[in-house]
Design a protein around this ligand. Sequence first.
Ligand code: 5GP
Length: 130
Amino acid sequence: MATIFSKIVAGEIPCYKVAETEHCFAFLDINPVVPGHVLCIPKKEVDYIFDLDDELFTELHLFAKRVAKGLKKVCPCIKIGEAVVGIDVPHVHIHLMPLNKPGDLNFAHHVEMTPDELSALAARIAAAIE
Ligand code: 5GP
């Protein structure tokens, strides 16, 4: 059965998309830990990041780097943090999060954002990615 992220890539489930390439896709996390919490995924359905072949592993990380640079222009922060968990959704994803203080990368914490806020933020991030 297709993962929820494959359904997002296929357009069967809506998302706040920020970037797409032939093999990778990036969109806002629906339950953001901080504003600007982005997920970068390979379109190929692989559960565990270290099962990706070297080529796609590298491509995904270079894609995440490009997304992070755009994200940092839009969301004021000290650094963009990166995390890989993958416990909830069995489809490789890199979490990118703008960080301003120790403890910002804390999955026990979430911010409330309206659909309008998420949509506007995604558009700004998308426009900032080169
Ligand atoms: P993990 O698998 O790394 O523990 O976390 C999965 C992440 O995917 C969570 O941060 C969760 O909020 C996010 N997520 C789960 N379902 C959806 C969805 O349908 N759309 C979006 N945009 N994010 C999702």
